[in-house]
Design a protein around this ligand. Sequence first.
Ligand code: NAP
Length: 250
Amino acid sequence: MRLAGKVALVTGSSRGIGREIAMAMAREGADIVINYSRSKDAAEAAAEEIKQLGRQVLAVQASVTERSQVEHLIGCAVEKFGRLDVLVNNAGGFPIKPFAMVTDDEWDEVMALDLKSVFLCSQIALVPMRGQRSGTIVNIASVSGLVGAVSMVPYAAAKGGVIAFTKALAREIAPMGITVNAVAPGIIETDTALDVFPETALKAYTTYQVPLGRLGSPADVVGLTVFLASAEAGYITGQVYAVDGGYTMQ
Ligand code: NAP
């Protein structure tokens, strides 16, 4: 098992991609901290599933947009497990709106959820990681941060920020033995994505823009994420990998 004995915190792991990553990391031997903001029942169900795998688990409600709540989240993790080895910055949201109609408040909300959260969680998680002189951070960015996306300017700007953040932080903390990488998914079939993107847009996207001809599934994202969190990726830092069926081919 590639993460045996490790402690992994996955933000936004009650549902969607984050839940799938948490499950995969548990299957690879990690004890898991589930984080959620609203979906308590779903978070508890995910925690129960992880217990059934024989791992230890903690589910913590905390909004990743608020420093005090992130301090609480990481404090709970360290109190229970005594260390933190892996942080996956996954929590996020992707509203669609034509650029001309985006309000100041909407801009600020996207920046808080998709970019400031990565700053807060990373800065606070680095306290125990620095003490251990080991750890790894995987940021879930998006192809929109690489090539843009129509009617998603704030989101693309935030995810582009996550990509630059990944590179800058990777350079700064490499001397501590801590790596930082990013995964940039294309459209992944989660309940939220199916809700946000019109069916016709998804059909056109998979037919004309994705060489592999289908949406991604959360399972498509987990293999690379687990690999980046494992010792096998110990000489990789500051990198951004697209998981997008060939959409960007960079
Ligand atoms: P999702 O199904 O909507 O799940 C979002 C998760 O984040 C939920 O567990 C949610 O928990 C949590 N969350 C939301 N706001 C939070 C907050 N303030 N504090 C803590 N947790 C919060 O989303 P997804 O489709 O899996 O996407 C996950 C990540 O992948 C996001 O960063 C997204 O931008 C990125 N991504 C997704 C796609 C895609 O097509 N799905 C493509 C590229 C990148 P609650 O329900 O408790 O709020």
